[in-house]
Write a protein that binds this ligand. Structure first.
Ligand code: ADP
Ligand code: G6P
Length: 501
């Protein structure tokens, strides 16, 4: 068994299984903020990634990606339902996102969640060198830090939560709140996107675990000290900049605008099709602007990209039906022959196409009701080398803390959203350039490598881990495997596949 000094554990591997046209299995980069972020760092750092490969049954043998080793974890159909679709995505995901959709508390899911977390911890224990650092990611694996500490007390354990951590009064609804919190604080360092999350956890640790807690340190009843803090995640800024600069991408952006009928203003949104993203609120605002005659279809066009996500979960299926119904209604009511009010694309795209889309937009509309970070907002800013384009950004996205020069908005306030969209559409080019310049300046110093460096330096004060990372913002040799597979395909993996009717 090959072992590593750095092990990353995340539910999803950075590769997804897809049937190639000839029926062979093909591995490509999987969608979502977490894998987008970590893929960049780990492709260039000697490490092992422990995760699920997106299929059912025995884990396939997977090749290394550059210097990154892959250790797949198998899931059965029942485990997928209880652990991933159930406890992770029907209980924790909605609860952690302000319960914008009611969380489901199903007692059977808990057993499966525990069993799968234990399996991840065991797989990690096998591939971690003596004294290695293990970096556990996200809400799927909240119990892994504690299980791992029991199995391997020699390890340095970090946990990072990519999603928001809810206010105590919401977390207190969780039937297994004590076990869940104890699982997370099994780590030496627990990291969050925003400082408020560390504050919430401190309050809960005092209440539920009888700990002594401040916003950056929790002393547990047995005397062990757990550090906490905010480490806002970011993107591969250099990658997005160089993509957006490519002549083929610039040409493609022009072509897209032409295909859209050369409207004066293109509004763009790019989301996983998720109820946290505020897609319905934004459709309401846009359709009311059309209804009120404040915008006209021939001048303005909206492009909504919504990549399929968690399609076997009821709330996601219902959301998709509602959105598609509403898009149809708006187009039926306000579209004209050859002039759609909304172009709706329920498909994944490769990175170059996303960069072209970002370059095409006059106004990027990012309006989640709650979002840990929202990397799409950062990708848009990184892609705007031309300094143009407006970003309308929800106050409830973690990225709003950093992108203060965006047009910030409360998506629940539909009138406010309508006014802000109009303000962004009508802003002076000089104002937009100043805002974009400030946001780009911020991103340059806060890319994904800077994030990993900050976290790993806090986890391991010796600097050993952080020193293995590539330099922030520097040119990066990209692994051949990753280059060949840096495509996010129409997914056929079971978790995103549309269920049989
Ligand atoms: P989340 O993590 O909730 O999915 P983020 O905005 O943080 O939200 O990250 C989404 C990631 O998925 C981004 O890197 C974005 O580029 C990618 N993505 C979103 N939509 C698509 C799509 N249609 N095709 C390919 N990638 C997409
Ligand atoms: C969010 C979560 C990630 C998750 C991603 C995509 O970013 O924080 O952990 O991987 O969404 O969701 P999926 O269910 O397809 O993994």
């Amino acid at each position: 068994m090959r072992q590593s000094s750095l092990v990353v554990v995340a539910n999803r591997l950075p590769l997804d299984d897809n049937a190639a046209p000839d029926g062979a299995c093909e591995w490509r980069r999987s969608p979502g903020g977490l894998t987008s972020a970590l893929h960049t760092i780990l492709e260039q750092t000697p490490a092992t990634w422990v995760g699920w490969a997106g299929g059912l049954g025995p884990a396939p043998a997977l090749p290394d990606i550059g210097s990154l080793r892959i250790r797949p974890v198998a899931l059965s159909e029942a485990e997928l339902r209880g652990y991933y679709e159930g406890f992770a995505n029907s209980t924790l995901w909605p609860l952690y996102h302000d319960a914008v959709e009611p969380p489901v508390f199903d007692r059977d899911w808990w057993e499966t969640y525990q069993a799968v977390n234990l399996r991840f911890a065991q797989a990690t224990a096998e591939v971690a060198e003596r004294g290695a650092a293990v970096w556990v990611q996200d809400y799927h694996l909240s119990l892994v830090p504690r299980y791992l500490r029991e199995l391997r007390p020699d390890l340095l354990i970090g946990f990072f939560l990519h999603v928001p951590f809810p206010p105590p009064e919401l977390f207190m609804q969780l039937p297994r709140r004590v076990e869940l919190l104890s699982g997370m604080v099994g780590a030496d360092l627990v990291g969050f996107q925003r400082p408020q999350a560390a504050h919430n956890v401190a309050q809960l640790a005092a209440k539920l675990l009888a700990a002594q807690a401040t916003d950056d340190q929790i002393t547990l009843a047995d005397g062990r000290v757990v550090r906490t803090g905010a480490f806002p995640v970011s993107i591969d800024v250099a990658e997005m900049q160089s993509l957006a600069r490519r002549p083929a991408v610039v040409t493609r952006a022009r072509q897209l605008r032409h295909d859209l009928g050369e409207p004066r203003r293109v509004l763009l949104s790019v989301d996983r099709l998720d109820y946290t993203k505020g897609i319905e609120h934004r459709l309401t605002a846009y359709s009311e602007l059309l209804r009120d005659g404040r915008i006209k279809v021939r001048d303005t066009c909206m492009l909504q990209v919504a990549v399929p996500s968690r399609e076997r979960v009821d709330s996601y299926r219902a959301l998709r039906d509602r959105i598609e119904g509403e898009v149809g209604r708006i187009n039926g009511e306000y579209g004209r022959v050859g002039e759609a009010a909304i172009h709706y694309l329920n498909q994944p795209f490769d990175r170059a196409e996303l960069a072209a889309l970002y370059r095409t937009a006059d106004v990027m509309v990012v309006t989640p009701l709650r979002d840990g970070m929202n990397l799409v907002a950062k990708e848009f800013v990184a892609a705007r080398e031309d300094g143009a384009g407006a970003l309308v950004l929800s106050e409830f996205a973690g990225s709003a803390d950093e992108l203060q020069h965006a047009f910030l908005v409360n998506p629940h306030d539909v009138d406010g959203l309508k006014d802000t969209l109009l303000r962004a559409m009508r802003a002076e080019p000089a104002d937009l350039r100043a805002r974009m310049g400030a946001m780009r300046e911020h991103l340059r110093g806060h890319d994904i490598i800077a994030w990993a460096r900050a976290y790993l330096s806090a986890l391991d004060h010796s600097g050993r881990l952080a020193n293995q990372l590539p330099p922030a913002g520097g040119p990066k040799p990209r692994g051949a495997a990753a280059k060949a597979r840096a495509i996010i395909p129409r997914s056929r993996s079971v978790a995103r596949r549309r269920p049989p009717a």
